[in-house]
Design a protein around this ligand. Structure first.
Ligand SMILES: *Cc1c(COP(=O)(O)O)cnc(C)c1O
Length: 465
């Protein structure tokens, strides 16, 4: 360094990040940047921009984890460089995935947990795609053996998450989605049986419907399908979408029969990153018996020195989430999961009770018979001076994100609000929300809304988040 440069060098060293040359001009937004920037400066710019996302802990619209133990953060950091697909290179990460599969087979009462087939995925959407494909392949094989046409497959479900609409569209399957009625917002056995025929690849009940959070009656549907088989010979399998409930019911409602205890349940998906309490990016799919997963869907990848069977849509995928899932299983066990989820139910039911007492709300789901959550609508036949979209908007001014949305067919007339109570949403946080809810009602009393917000203006929440 030349002596005459000492001042400019010192300037660089001592620059406060906000007084730096990078932060006193605007950063490139849409054109690829020409030059490099100081990492400290760029970090601050990106970090600050993310403040506008709000606080995920106050996002009560999501089913996904927003609080994680420090040990999970540490493991995620240690695994940031691990690719789940490189099972030969990271054999121990692969081993942890295999252990999780066995543990889930045990948790979901597989008759032969040692030999159950399953794998991790990026979430329930990928898992649903894999489960749905197995249903379609198996149906096609059955029909081919009978010498029957294979051009009109259908699938029966209640009000499903959007991933099943995708599955049906991508794989050319007629989705027989049972519409909601007044007084019935989920599937029942009678409505399922009405829609069954020889082209039905499977029935998909949801354990924790995204719209209302209720459990669909898997056993009732399974029993009805048994009866249908006795009467007609039609043998229709069940896949359970247990995105949320798959990680709740085994701990809190161990006597509820929804899983592999029912022989007709051939496969189950669940989201590790929802009530499995893992960080974002992991789901699971399990088959009851090896023969429920058609062989020709499995690829034996001879790559990077090993011969590995895989069934997945992605190739490369981060390994940290699976490692963190294994950590959770060990850390919590059945007891730990039960305690966490039970605390959430208690909070959901307490909030639901107080919300019902406020006056204008009709409780639709009070946190009993489904996942830890609640949903409500505005009482009918009253001019409240606001809509639930206005209320959602108002709550945002205190940082809360509460979903308001209209129901699917045939209850498009019904607009509801829903909050998820999950790990990290404490009773105190619930009380703070209730206080802000009351503050909002008082505000609307003083200032009735003259032009109510529409669903689109309110941001168009997707119900399935
Ligand atoms: C969230 C959800 C999905 C989609 O799961 P991802 O893990 O977000 O891909 C599917 N089905 C149900 C019932 C859900 O709640």
């Amino acid at each position: 360094m030349a002596l005459h440069e000492k001042d400019s060098v010192r300037e660089k060293l001592l620059d406060d990040v906000y007084a730096s040359s990078d932060l006193s001009v605007s950063m490139p937004k849409y054109k690829f940047p020409k030059q490099e920037h100081d990492p400290r400066h760029v970090y601050q710019v990106v970090h600050d921009e993310l403040m506008l996302d709000g606080n995920s802990r106050q996002n009560l619209a999501t089913f996904c984890q927003t609080w994680l133990e420090p040990e999970v953060h540490a493991l995620m950091d240690e695994c940031v460089d691990k690719n789940m697909i490189d099972k030969d290179e990271y054999p121990q990460t692969a081993e942890l995935e295999a252990r999780c599969v066995h543990m889930l087979a045990d948790l979901w009462n597989s008759p032969d947990a040692e030999n159950t087939l399953g794998c991790s995925t990026t979430g329930s959407s990928e898992a649903a795609m894999l489960g749905g494909m197995a249903l379609k392949w198996n149906w096609r094989d059955r029909m081919k053996k009978l010498g029957k046409p294979i051009d009109k497959p259908n699938m029966i479900c209640g009000p499903v998450q959007v991933c099943w609409h995708k599955f049906a569209r991508y794989w050319d399957i007629e989705l027989r989605e049972i519409p909601m009625e007044k007084g019935r917002l989920i599937m029942n056995a009678e409505e399922v049986i009405k829609r069954c025929d020889e082209n039905t690849i499977g029935v998909v009940p949801t354990l924790g419907v995204t719209f209302t959070c209720q459990y669909e009656p898997v056993k009732e549907v399974s029993d009805a399908l048994d009866k249908l088989q006795e009467e007609t010979g039609l043998d229709i399998p069940i896949h359970v979408d247990g995105a949320s409930g798959g990680f709740i019911a085994p701990f809190v409602d161990p006597d509820l029969e929804w899983d592999f205890r029912l022989p007709r349940v051939k496969s189950i998906n669940a989201s590790g990153h929802k009530y499995g309490l893992a960080p974002l990016g992991v789901g699971w799919i399990m088959w009851r018996n090896p023969e429920d997963l058609p062989k020709d869907l499995i690829f034996n990848v001879n790559y990077l020195g090993g011969d590995m069977p895989t069934f997945a849509l992605n190739f490369s995928r981060p390994g940290g989430q699976v490692v963190a899932q294994y950590y959770n299983f060990l850390r919590l066990g059945r007891e730990g999961y039960r305690k966490i989820h039970q605390a959430c139910y208690d909070t959901a039911q307490a909030v639901s009770k107080k919300l019902g007492e406020m006056g204008p709300f009709e409780i639709i789901y009070d946190g009993k018979g489904g996942i830890p959550a609640l949903s409500w609508s505005l009482k009918e036949g009253v001019d409240h001076g606001f809509t639930l979209y206005d209320l959602s908007d108002r709550l945002r001014s205190r940082g809360w994100q509460v979903a308001a949305y209209s129901m699917p067919a045939n209850r498009e007339d019904l607009v509801i609000m829903r909050i998820l109570i999950r790990h990290g949403v404490s009773r105190d946080l619930g009380d703070l929300l209730l206080a802000d809810m009351q503050r909002s009602l008082d505000y609307f009393k003083r200032n009735p809304v003259t032009t109510p917000l529409t669903e689109v203006e309110a941001g168009g929440y997707s119900h399935g988040k």
